[in-house]
Design a protein around this ligand. Structure first.
Ligand SMILES: *C/C=C(C)/C=C/C=C(C)/C=C/C1=C(C)CCCC1(C)C
Length: 248
């Protein structure tokens, strides 16, 4: 029953989506938009169904993983259409998507810790506010509201601050008191935030800081980054949850 509800809500989505039906096989960026769109849909269905197969304390984390991929799926329907119809970068859709999904990913860290140990709410607020500021400056740079380089550097500073908070600060202290499966999940999530998230500033550098604006590199790299950081991130949590249940 739950499966049918999820599936029927997705079946309705394309009715509202932008067009962009005539994909050219030589348009690598366009093909990457299609691939990631399909993968996001599949991941969303997977995370919601797998909720039933994990222990109580992991269910909310899987719900959030599914919301992240579901929100992104919705935006990819439109971003794909903009790219295929106009060949332009769908900056506004991209940032609306990030504005919703990045704070949810930050909530994942907090929830995973809170489910198993004592952790102050201030950890979540720090991550929440700095992720928003990172994105605000990124948008200002991409939309031409600010020169591209200073906007980039300020954005990077907030990202580094988040890594610091999770890796050396409050996050690290809390995670040391948890079970091995939680620690593994946390550490893998950390690597995703460091290595996986680094793909985004790399896309920005190739897109805006190499002398001229390169929309193809920008979008190809951002699409790859979303695949890693939304789908893989959720799978890490799912794998830890399954392992936790098996060893319980
Ligand atoms: C699902 C979407 C995710 C996880 C998006 C993450 C985005 C970033 C980590 C963006 C980082 C940026 C900087 C570090 C510098 C300024 C430019 C940005 C916004 C691309």
């Amino acid at each position: 029953m739950k499966f049918l509800i999820i599936l029927s809500s997705f079946a309705a989505a394309p009715l509202f989506a932008a067009s962009g039906g005539d994909l050219n096989a030589n348009d690598f960026v366009g093909v990457s938009f299609w691939l990631v769109t399909a993968a996001l849909l599949a991941a969303t269905v997977f995370f919601f169904i797998e909720r039933d197969n994990v222990g109580e304390k992991w269910k909310t984390s899987l719900t959030i993983a599914g919301l992240v991929t579901g929100i992104a799926f919705w935006h990819y329907l439109y971003m794909r259409g903009v790219w295929i119809d106009t060949g332009e970068t769908p900056t506004v859709f991209r940032y609306i998507d990030w504005l919703l999904t990045v704070p949810l990913l930050m909530a994942e860290f907090y929830l995973i810790l809170r489910a198993v140990t004592e952790v102050a709410a201030s950890l979540f607020y720090k991550l929440f506010v700095s992720s928003l500021l990172m994105l605000v400056f990124g948008y200002a740079g991409e939309a031409g509201l600010m020169p591209a380089l200073p906007a980039f550097l300020i954005g990077v500073a907030f990202w580094v601050y988040m890594i610091y908070t999770l890796w050396m600060g409050e996050g690290k202290e809390a995670v040391l008191t948890t079970s091995p499966s939680v620690q593994t999940a946390y550490n893998t999530m950390m690597w995703i935030i460091i290595v996986g998230w680094a793909i985004y500033p790399a896309g920005y550098v190739f897109g805006y800081l190499m002398g001229s604006v390169d929309a193809s590199s920008l979008n190809l790299i951002y699409n790859l980054a979303d695949f890693v950081n939304k789908i893989l991130f959720g799978l890490v949590i799912w794998a830890a949850a399954v392992e936790d249940k098996r060893t319980a």
